[in-house]
Write a protein that binds this ligand. Structure first.
Ligand code: MEV
Length: 299
């Protein structure tokens, strides 16, 4: 069995596409996959009750073809995947699926790949969906933990001094990472100084966030998350619903809250420091959310 983890971006989305650092964490939910030799290449995805084959129309068949193209010679494989993440919601579902599928095919053919190599290989899959991915989702799907990521560089693991407890809530608004990344790139092409200033601000928040995590200063981390959210809103990747959810979470006792992933919909995260705060934040977000759950960053 191979597993691709879901992920949250604690700080730094969008800037990370343009060479700035990001802080990300794997979560326990993800995608499991098994592969066996079969009559033809196919990928069955539960609970989506979907079977895709290379050569069919659509991103998934194209991603499968790209993944299977990594193997020079092989027999046909049947891959069965079980997805336990909302798709198109900023939790790295496509990267987790790619890592799980390639990991399962590797297992079926007795190929050993280190996690960092698996992350790199799975970018062939991820590019089909996201055009210009920074690679952070694929790295977290394969390696997990809490880490600082910078495009093209090895992942830098970070050891949190205290557990990072998050409430994750899905706004239920569908979002396309590809579209959001393209939209930000268009803003940057039109007004480079403005957008680069925002990215530099986000980069400073990320570096301070790292120190806060290492020092166990959750209050500072929460404030940095809320600041990051304001900068993300300034490049128009937030929505009224995400703003409402972040406000509801902080009013209920979260130390900070922000969207996670590409924005334009999808999920937000709220940092909590006690059972009581977690319960209150879940209670505040549940009526607003399509899905709401607690996750420990890096498990
Ligand atoms: C996606 O989870 C986060 C973005 O920064 C895109 C990327 O890093 O590829 C928006």
């Amino acid at each position: 069995m191979a597993f691709g983890r879901g992920k949250v971006i604690l700080l730094g989305e969008h800037g990370v596409v343009h060479g700035r650092p990001a802080l990300a964490a794997g979560i326990a939910r993800g995608v499991e996959a098994h592969a066996r030799l079969g009559a033809r290449d196919e990928l069955e995805i539960d609970p989506w009750t979907m079977t895709v084959r290379p050569g069919d129309d659509g991103d998934l068949p194209r991603a499968l073809a790209a993944a299977l193209g990594l193997y020079a010679t092989r027999s046909p494989v049947h891959v069965q995947a079980r997805v336990d993440l909302p798709a198109g919601a900023g939790l790295g579902c496509s990267a987790a699926l790619g890592v799980a599928v390639i990991g399962a095919v590797d297992e079926a053919f007795g190929i050993e790949r280190a996690p960092a190599e698996l992350a790199e290989a799975s970018l062939a899959w991820e590019r089909v969906f996201h055009g210009n991915p920074s690679g952070v989702d694929s790295a977290m799907a394969a390696l997990g933990g809490v880490a600082l990521f910078r495009r093209g560089e090895p992942l830098e693991p970070i050891a949190p001094r205290t557990p990072l407890r998050l409430v994750v809530a899905d706004s239920g608004e569908p979002s396309s990472t590809k579209r959001m990344v393209e939209d930000v790139a268009r803003q940057r092409a039109r007004t480079p100084a403005r957008v680069d200033k925002v990215f530099d601000g986000i980069a400073a928040i990320v570096q301070n966030g790292r120190l806060a995590i290492e020092a166990g200063d959750l209050r500072a981390l929460g404030q940095l998350m809320t600041l990051d959210q304001a900068l993300l809103a300034s490049i128009m990747v937030s929505t009224a619903k995400l703003e409402e959810m972040c406000a509801a979470a902080t009013e209920a006792g979260a130390l900070g809250a922000k969207l996670t992933g590409a924005g334009g919909g999808g999920c937000m995260i709220a940092l909590v420091d006690s059972d009581e705060a977690a319960r209150a934040v879940i209670e505040a977000l549940t009526p607003l959310a399509a899905l709401c759950f607690e996750a420990e960053a890096g498990t």
